[in-house]
Write a protein that binds this ligand. Sequence first.
Ligand SMILES: [Zn+2]
Length: 389
Amino acid sequence: MSQDSTVVCVVCGGPAGEPVYASDRECSITSLCEVVPSPTVVRFCQACGHVQTTEMPGIEAYYDTQYKILIESEEEDQLYAMSNGQKVYRLDHQARTLLRKLTPSAAARILDYGSAKGGTLKRLLAERGDLRVHLFDVSAMYLPFWKAFLDEGRWATYRPPAAWRGTFDIITSFFSLEHVARPREMMAEIASLLKPGGTFYGIVPNTFTNIADFVVIDHVNHFSAASLAFLLRASGFGNIDIDEHAHTSAFVVTATAAVQQGTVAGIPRSEIARLGSEVERIAAYWRNFSSCVREFEDGRTGRPAAIYGSGFYGTFIASCLSRPLDIRCFVDQNPFRQGRRLLDRPIIAPEALPEEIGTVYVGLNPVLARAEIAKVACWSGRRLDHFLP
Ligand SMILES: [Zn+2]
């Protein structure tokens, strides 16, 4: 475990503190479910309540050329929820939530900062064709997607052009702030691109309600509501609203730019203490996780097994097993995942689960796992042992 006490908190600039968690193996899982040969080291800042992971080596090149989120096709999307038997996709939900929380003026200039394919604003345009949508990312690999629905001049890569300064009514950021090693720089740039009084609208994971976020190695930032508010105030934003309910396991934040910048008030000690004990609970969960998986594995019958969920939890479980070859397949409800492979195993629909499978490791958020697995109607008559996280 690193004892480097000179590590600085990327939100408040104070000492980041000693690690509260360090993975017991020299391998970690990225948000795109890749296994990388670096340990995960997490710290908790006692001054602003921020939780931060040591930056993965080579992070800039990673986002430029390797971080290919949902780049297989135009329509590809992540499953957000099952609602009354209907699949709800993440980008649709994000576009709907934005329109519920903001009322963009007619022909408003809007920029998605760190847009990847720009899918959320594309859906927004379908509802509000008057909006002047712009996209920005630190990679050129999404250009083919951007060109398919925007005119030349409506996007930029690597650096936003100087002519964009002070011109946007709204700047959005959907799940990008957690990846950046210098969030103060990113928010300062966003502030400079907004018109005075313009709106920042962002979504970041809530590690306290989706604890997998805690061990995702490329998520440098695990914001608490306190550290998110601190970051925004320190970057000159006001009218800060942080909504913990509009998007499952995430904070949805709205804030106004170019408010007079004063001193940023500290976080009350009682709030730091509360966050600190929450962080310790999550760290303990992950310290225990691998041994729980292996204990279950040792006690089960010899029948082949499957992992339900081909996302982060599923990959993490697979990486903990002593006998990974017992896993025949991953199961996923998302049709965009079915037919692909993960860790050299097929990803299949629940209906296609082979008869020989006797054990299912449930690789879902532990808060939802029991309820979600009970909803798999096609398995109701089958005798399956479940590992629940
Ligand atoms: Zn801090």
